[in-house]
Design a protein around this ligand. Structure first.
Ligand SMILES: [Zn+2]
Length: 466
């Protein structure tokens, strides 16, 4: 084998067979987990695989991430073949190659070499697991990737909708230029060349895997990753009746989930507000510094917020979960960052809906001037303890009573009355004492009430005796 395999590039998606070929090894029935190997010179190396569907994974595509050791049942063991090599890798200097598979994708994405930094034992789902902290190797030596800020003006807004937001349907055209033959639909945009040297060099530098953010009326509203670039005046004429638009690029991973203007300027280290003026390639050193700080451009540009449909999807799962007996902690399946955020958001929205934006303790329904409810979705058994995002582990509380609940001033009995901690020498005690014995403002649907399973944990944490 080659160390590192010369024909592998970061982001390549490979089948099991291709990985076996690249490393000249075999995985038997199915690739999984931690695979200690030796090359032809008897040098040790390690292949690690993480599946989005778990039990491994986290936000594993950039920067630092956590990886759960091997062993699916019972306590995990430092002596198992995979775990012991992973522990060795913390101190020893042998290469660890990392592959990651997204649920909605085929193939294993090659993520390059990573460093295993440390590990700890942790109770999770009623057993002990080994949690390894890993770090992607400094990506600065990887190839540059460009970031483009591209304004869409009023004149072109409609065409943008039909070419990028809605993938362009190429089947409506009789004859297609060779670059587009055989493609049914794609997202494509183009630009004209100008005399401005800056723009021309920006166009020339654009290549696959560059990032694009589109800007309209003062804000970034969508973006994606360039999948191919080419020059063809016929296409500009064909698609937009504008042969001037002959510098073309196609867009993959299209998303509306892009950060606001302020966030982009902060990320890029611009001082103060900037206005996007024409087709712009961000200075490479700025893009590289974002990547060094955050691991990848994609993680900060596109993965910051879950989409509405992801949140809706998680909401329907959480709603459905109420039909089953609750479980205290999240199961082994871990979520990648975006899905985790989608689930958190879904939990918050469901709790607010269930409690009609009303603090369960005081009944207030404050709103911001723009109409956002103040109430927060408190976890009864905290997330920091592994507490599950289950509606029955939640309770809507105003900021003040959320604080009082989380710090242990308040808890809730199994018949949903307020309990107060006896700490008469502490400021606040008198005030909270007035609430004792009052009934909570609860959801209409009794299925959504705080569940004893979680309440018992809150009592135990804060020393309430029931
Ligand atoms: Zn309140």
């Amino acid at each position: 084998m080659h160390t590192p395999p010369q024909d592998l590039e970061l982001g390549d998606r490979l089948t099991q067979e291709e990985i076996e070929q690249a490393f000249d090894t075999g995985f038997g029935y199915r690739i999984s987990g931690i695979n200690p190997r030796r090359d032809h010179n008897n040098n040790r190396y390690l292949l690690i695989f993480a599946n989005e569907d778990g039990p491994y994974s986290d936000s594993v595509r950039q920067g630092q991430f956590e990886y759960i050791g091997e062993g699916l049942r019972g306590d995990q063991n430092e002596d198992s073949p995979g775990n012991s090599v992973l522990i060795d890798a913390i101190l020893a200097d042998f290469p660890v190659y990392f592959f990651y598979k997204r649920q909605d994708r085929t193939g294993w994405e090659y993520q390059g070499e990573i460093d295993v930094q440390s590990y700890r034992r942790e109770e999770q789902g009623g057993r002990e697991v080994l949690i390894f902290t890993m770090q992607h190797r400094d990506p600065s030596d990887a190839e540059d990737c460009g970031l483009y800020l591209i304004p869409v003006n009023d004149e072109w807004r409609d065409r943008f909708r039909n070419s990028v937001e809605e993938p362009h349907d190429l089947r409506q055209y009789g004859e297609l230029p060779s670059q587009l033959e055989g493609i049914a639909r794609l997202r494509m945009w183009g630009t004209t060349e100008t005399d401005a040297q800056k723009k021309r060099s920006a166009i020339d530098k654009m290549e696959p895997d560059d990032y694009v953010l589109f800007y309209y009326q003062g804000r970034f509203f969508c973006g994606g990753i360039v999948s191919r670039t080419f020059e063809n005046a016929d296409v500009g004429k064909l698609l937009w009746n504008n042969p001037e638009s002959r510098h073309l690029f196609t867009i993959d991973e299209f998303t509306y989930n892009v950060p606001g203007v302020d966030r982009v300027w902060t990320l890029l280290g611009y001082d103060g507000r900037q206005v996007v003026q024409g087709f712009t390639r961000v200075a490479d050193e700025r893009a590289v510094s974002v990547r060094q700080e955050h691991g990848s451009l994609a993680s900060v540009l596109f993965a910051s917020e879950p989409t509405i449909s992801e949140v809706e999807d998680q909401k329907s799962k959480l709603k459905k979960a109420v039909e089953q007996a609750p479980e205290l902690t999240e199961d082994e399946t871990q979520y990648v960052e975006t899905r985790r955020r989608a689930r958190d958001r879904a939990f918050t929205e469901l709790i607010r809906e269930a409690y009609d934006n009303t603090c369960a303790v005081c009944g207030c329904q404050r709103e911001s001037p723009s109409g956002n409810p103040e109430v927060e979705a408190a976890h009864i058994y905290p997330v920091s303890e592994g507490g599950r995002n289950d509606v029955r582990n939640g309770i809507a509380l105003c900021k003040f009573h959320h604080w009082a609940f989380d710090t242990g001033w308040l808890s809730v009995t199994d018949s949903h009355e307020i309990m107060v901690t006896e700490a008469p020498d502490k400021n606040g005690h008198y005030e909270f004492k007035q609430l004792e014995g009052q009934s909570l403002h609860l959801p209409d649907d009794a299925e959504l009430y705080p569940h004893l399973l979680f309440l018992e944990q809150h009592w135990a944490i804060h020393g309430f005796e029931r």
